[in-house]
Ligand binder design. Structure first.
Ligand SMILES: [Fe+2]
Length: 190
């Protein structure tokens, strides 16, 4: 289930969320206040087990065309990770610290789930994205992403500036104080 949790950025370890929102229209409204676009796009296709990049993009050709038309995102690729991926620990770590990009981060989840964490103003917003969720995080937004220890997701990624693929890490250890993906979706399992 898609879930939005809002916290005060300042505070102790594992702060309690001030708001928890699971209704898509309210999530859209809340994120919109921070300049973050959120939409629901039905993930129509059921992808075969070994679907490669080209097959995934072909299955979503219509959505890709729509995003590229609206936002001017020239480049699109697909990332699909399974729980047994040999590099899953390193891949998880790569996105787990607060960073920014000089381009928008646009993702359309078509399978599984992942946790976007946005540090905006004096708030931290955590969004568990699931299949059908489309999110656009503006360039320069402080954020991190947790795919969990056993990643399972497929997302299309849209880029409007190929130089921005590099993350600029802020050096702020803020991510360590907030719930990880498994902690947020299964709080009793901590
Ligand atoms: Fe990022």
């Amino acid at each position: 289930m898609t879930l939005l949790a809002i916290y005060a950025a300042e505070g102790g370890h594992h702060p309690m969320p001030e708001h928890l929102i699971s209704e898509a229209a309210l999530i859209q409204q809340e994120l919109g206040q921070w300049g973050i676009q959120f939409q629901r796009w039905p993930a129509r296709a059921s992808l075969p087990e070994g679907a490669d990049q080209a097959a995934i993009l072909a299955a979503y050709a219509e959505e890709v065309a729509a995003v590229q038309r609206d936002g001017g995102y020239q480049t699109v690729d697909a990332i699909r990770l399974q729980p047994n991926h040999p590099d899953r620990a390193a891949l998880r770590q790569k996105f787990l610290s607060e960073h920014t990009h000089s381009e928008d981060e646009v993702r359309f989840f078509v399978e599984g789930r992942g946790l976007f964490c946005l540090h905006v103003g004096d708030a931290v917003i955590q969004l568990v994205c699931e299949a059908d969720d489309w999110i656009s995080v503006p360039a320069g937004t402080r954020h991190w992403f947790d795919m969990g220890p056993e990643p399972q997701f497929c997302a299309l990624r849209f880029f409007n500036n190929t130089e921005g693929w590099v993350a600029q890490f802020t050096g702020d250890p803020i991510a360590e104080r907030f719930p990880t993906l498994p902690e947020l979706i299964n709080p009793s399992g901590r």
